[in-house]
Design a protein around this ligand. Structure first.
Ligand SMILES: *Cc1c(COP(=O)(O)O)cnc(C)c1O
Length: 396
């Protein structure tokens, strides 16, 4: 691997130099107003990125997976029933976590490449007249398959029968890159981490709780200590954590939020859509197909690309690393060996993306695939050239 090359994995993402430097800071007293000057802008900034006025934001030293655990343990009790769709490796892991916590999961098995079947959710919720289902899980962007789901439709499924279940959304690979609307979609808990859209190293679980989810935490009896939001809130009220906070990472998050909000959330989202569209033009020019089955579910942060029958897609990833020093993502779980993934989120420009597409092309030609050098790059160039970036603030 060459450290000079950008990575094209769907997290951790490339770090702007300014953010790296912000993470690298001297020791401060982490129970002091000085820390408060880092903490509170982080909480306010995350709330804005979630498009919420009222969400209670909690930041734990952890990763997205710890955010899942924070969500479940603070809101649910042993044996509670939850509803979830399995359409990829990340939704699968969250379901597995629910089961390990003694929750009763009703799993809607969904073909990989498809989004959450909101109509099935609606049917199940309608049948649940005694309101046994306490929470509905939704993976907004399934990073394993490059599939986004319609969270507004999941909310509508709940509202159709006035079902009181909480709505938990995994936005680890969508928040701060794709359109996310905490308040408008009636999300009760949103989960993300530091190393994807926020362009930081891994190390923070970032969650937003609605008032209703905070209320649920008062009776939820799943065991929790490290991830207890009540302890965390008490810490925040004193400009502190219940334990030692990762101050440098949070200083990085403060800058990341300033950069995202300065670029403008709508511009950030539009930039991801543009870059992703260029990637999809390249994939079509190669004659290849996405794992995602239709345009309405195409992810703007990661593309999982199917390779021809009999070809091991993982070879592309291995070859890119060994020969060109470039990182792509392998297929996970059911689609291991069948897809390779190009991550296109975080700190990225057209020019960086073109270099990734050019590398993928070289690898596929090296490995004997029937692809013409330059074909995908030319298709992306044509798209980028005729749809120039509105703002170049991301160049930092
Ligand atoms: C990356 C990711 C996770 C896991 O996050 P970690 O930070 O690796 O624990 C969960 N869900 C989705 C959708 C992801 O992309």
């Amino acid at each position: 691997m060459s450290f000079q090359n950008p990575v094209f994995i769907p997290g951790p993402t490339n770090m702007p130099e300014a953010i790296r430097q912000a993470c690298y800071m001297p020791t401060i007293d982490h129970r002091s107003p000085t820390f408060g000057k880092i903490l509170h802008p982080c909480l306010d900034g995350v709330r804005q990125v979630l498009k919420s006025e009222t969400a209670h934001i909690f930041i734990f030293p952890s990763t997205g997976t710890g955010g899942w655990e924070t969500t479940l343990t603070n809101t649910l009790s042993k044996g509670d029933k939850v509803l979830a769709a399995r359409n990829g490796m990340f939704s699968h892991r969250w379901i597995d976590m629910c089961q390990r916590h003694g929750l009763d999961v009703q799993v809607v098995e969904t073909p990989w490449g498809h989004g959450i079947p909101a109509d099935k959710y609606a049917e199940i919720l309608k049948g649940d007249t005694s309101h046994k289902i306490k929470a509905v899980l939704a993976t907004h962007n399934e990073t394993a398959t490059g599939v986004k789901s319609d969270i507004a439709a999941v909310r509508a499924a709940l509202d159709a029968t006035n079902h009181p279940a909480l709505l938990f959304v995994d936005g680890v690979s969508s928040i701060a890159s794709m359109d996310f609307r905490f308040d408008e979609w009636g999300v009760d808990v949103a989960v993300t981490g530091s190393q994807k859209g926020f362009m930081l190293p891994a190390g923070l679980a970032i969650v937003g709780f609605s008032d209703k989810a905070v209320e649920a935490s008062k009776t939820a009896d799943l065991p929790r200590t490290f991830f207890d939001i009540k302890d965390m809130q008490k810490g925040y009220d004193a400009n502190a954590f219940p334990y030692t906070p990762p101050v440098g990472l949070m200083n990085g998050l403060k800058l990341s939020l300033e950069m995202l909000l300065d670029e403008g959330l709508d511009n950030v989202i539009a930039r991801h859509t543009r870059i992703a569209t260029g990637v999809r033009h390249a994939i079509s020019a190669w004659g290849l197909e996405l794992c995602a089955v239709s345009p309405d579910v195409y992810s703007d942060t990661v593309s999982a690309i199917r390779t021809p029958e009999g070809f091991n897609a993982t070879d592309i990833v291995t070859h890119a690393a060994e020969v060109y020093g470039v990182a792509f993502g392998v297929g996970l779980g059911e689609v291991a060996g069948k897809v390779f993934r190009i991550g296109h989120l975080g700190s990225l420009t057209d020019v960086m993306m073109l270099s990734g597409l050019a590398t993928a092309e070289m690898c596929m030609v090296d490995l004997g695939m029937d692809i013409k050098l330059g074909s995908g790059v030319a298709a992306a160039q044509e798209f980028y050239r005729t749809n120039p970036a509105a703002a170049l603030k991301n160049a930092a």
